[in-house]
Design a protein around this ligand. Sequence first.
Ligand SMILES: Nc1ncnc2c1ncn2[C@@H]1O[C@H](COP(=O)(O)OP(=O)(O)OP(=O)(O)O)[C@@H](O)[C@H]1O
Ligand SMILES: O=P(O)(O)OC[C@@]1(O)O[C@H](CO)[C@@H](O)[C@@H]1O
Length: 310
Amino acid sequence: MIYSCTLNPSIDYVMSVHEFEAAGLNRAHQTFYYPGGKGINVSRVMSRLGVDTAALGFIGGFTGEFVKNFLSKENVSHQFVDTGQTTRVNVKLKSSNETEINGPGPNLTENHQQKLLEQVRSLTEEDTLVLAGSVPSSLPSDFYNTIADICYKNGTKFVADTSGDALKNLIGHPLFFLKPNHHELGELFSTNVDSIDKAAHYAAKLLDEGVKHVVISMGGAGAVYVGENKRLVANVPKGKVKNSVGAGDSLVSGFIAALHKGESVEEAFRYGVAAGSATAFNDDLCERDDVENLLNEIAISSINEEGINQ
Ligand SMILES: Nc1ncnc2c1ncn2[C@@H]1O[C@H](COP(=O)(O)OP(=O)(O)OP(=O)(O)O)[C@@H](O)[C@H]1O
Ligand SMILES: O=P(O)(O)OC[C@@]1(O)O[C@H](CO)[C@@H](O)[C@@H]1O
């Protein structure tokens, strides 16, 4: 089973405003409410792609009820630890560009933490855990590492999608899959990753640190895969970007879902990029048909010492 874990879920309140004016009264012409948080997005996409999944994490209050009901309606299983505190609402403001305001997290006690860690301890080598998103400030800063260590001990495949210190502290742990975007990769190595070659170069360093599969997403500029004896590059399909929220999570989900179905690394990479773009071209997260309709538009080439090999 593929589990996701979201330490800091949300309701994503999406507001579209024609011409946003800071410090003025703006009226939205369209609004949506979605369950949010990176792990939850991974599970929603996973389920749409036909792979069994369950969402773990911390949730509470009336907003938490909304998230749970929404997931249940979509047939996404969930086993959240109840915090008794209102899950945050993250504002996604769409106008000529996108502005996000993400709320803080809940106050999580030792008891909450132990309940979640107990669930992680019950996973086996048959399972994959995708831990994704920010760490509420009430948790120890090495909480990702604690979960990574439990997974390593139990043979559970561990996938992480986070940034900043949580990402930095994880380096050196054996990870099954990591998908930083090129900015996050640059931050890790204190450099500017502004080309496919540089992305492949620094992604390979993550392999040396024990990561099995690395994908570097570069927004509209393509994506790079680096794994054992393999370096690949993908273009992204052309289309009108409506929503970048959850595009990275969709890539993670598509890649894991395809590998889980027994696809090759090349096909899983293509599937992941298609899922990312299908979400970018949609108001909500991608549907399976949207993803599969884009597969033909994505070319995968290998990168060798001399550059890209068509
Ligand atoms: N302009 C674009 N055109 C087509 N696809 C895109 C575009 N921007 C993003 N995508 C799709 O979304 C994927 C993830 O994008 P990006 O590199 O922005 O990741 P991210 O920063 O992790 O995303 P997020 O904004 O969800 O956090 C890309 O690999 C691609 O598939
Ligand atoms: O505050 P975090 O945990 O870093 O990110 C949370 C978030 O922005 O990430 C998802 C998109 O990737 C959204 O659904 C959600 O609102």
